[in-house]
Design a protein around this ligand. Sequence first.
Ligand SMILES: *Cc1c(COP(=O)(O)O)cnc(C)c1O
Length: 392
Amino acid sequence: MSSTPLQSATPRAPATAAVRAGIESDGQFGAIVPPLHLSANFSFAALGERRTYDYTRSGNPTRDLFGAALAELEGGAGAVVTSSGMSAVRLVLELVPRSGLVVAPHDGYGGTFRLLKALERQGALTLELLDFADGPAFERVLARGPSQVWIESPSNPLLRLVDISATAARARDAGALVVVDNTFLSPLLQRPLDLGAHIAVHSTTKYLNGHSDIVGGAVVCRAAELVEQLTWWANCTGVTGAPFDAWLALRGLRTLDVRLTRQQENARVLAHRLLASPAVSRVHYPGLDNHPQFELAQRQQRGPGAMLSFELEGGRDAAARFAKGLAHISLAESLGGVETLLAHPATMTHAAMTPEAQARAGIGPGLLRLSVGIEHTLDLEADLSRALERAT
Ligand SMILES: *Cc1c(COP(=O)(O)O)cnc(C)c1O
């Protein structure tokens, strides 16, 4: 099986759980760091005597250690570790009955949007894209008996929040499976299962691994029954993750707490620097008290996270001048790594959207997104100040 919950008997803080995941679990040599089991297959002890594992698509000890760590951090019964965030999303969608209704945020992750649209075109599901802030629209769609309700909070790239507790409660009452994509915060900053979701989905490519050197995903479920179903599907469709990726992600996970602490500290400084600049018309960051959902962020999240976006007065030209000549910040997609990345959503992460759809979603030509890393604060601040001068 792809998921063996190895929760520790003694309760421990999440930071400790992340560090200790799989430490000293090696019965053969007492290795401190868990060994990497690359083997595709495992021998039977005798005819009809299957050991814990038989074939790595179905189950692998290294991958299970990572899954158990994520299950503990999210407070779930177990996890399925997948080959990418998108295969994690796809896996959960296996549970939608033919032409069943899926409700998803209108400003959700582009890859998820593309997949949902493609499945809708195939007639595999019925899709309703929604602004969860629109209460009456949400009630109307709930009356149609959705199979799944997907939530992303905070959203990309405008860092808008959804009240997960309230939304999940209404969706649960309507009989829907509630899924939260928790990629932007990680379980150290937000625990969707505690807030009433059935499933938390991750692109482990991002904060969980944190070093931009794997692509991976995970699904964590509150109920063991759901873990079992999804484990079955993951083996059936072959979307389980590679052992080496799981091993790297487990290594990355150990430093998640210190990374996030430093990333949030840097993000706070940069957000205030941006706020003070006349070249910037708006800063979107849940850690600023001018964020329209600052109070919700305080209640729902254990920290504001390290993603932020901002709008330059000068539009696309200003964004181009800002991006050209950065010393410590790379212009690149993706997020959650130790290195600071700048993205221009209109031409990069959200380029697949039509200009009208971009405008509706509030993605203007002068909007830039930062995934803040762990570099020295003063270097980042200086880089940002020089970029703002260019953009003015
Ligand atoms: C990156 C991302 C995904 C997709 O993950 P991959 O690992 O790139 O397949 C899904 N959701 C969110 C919020 C993401 O940022």
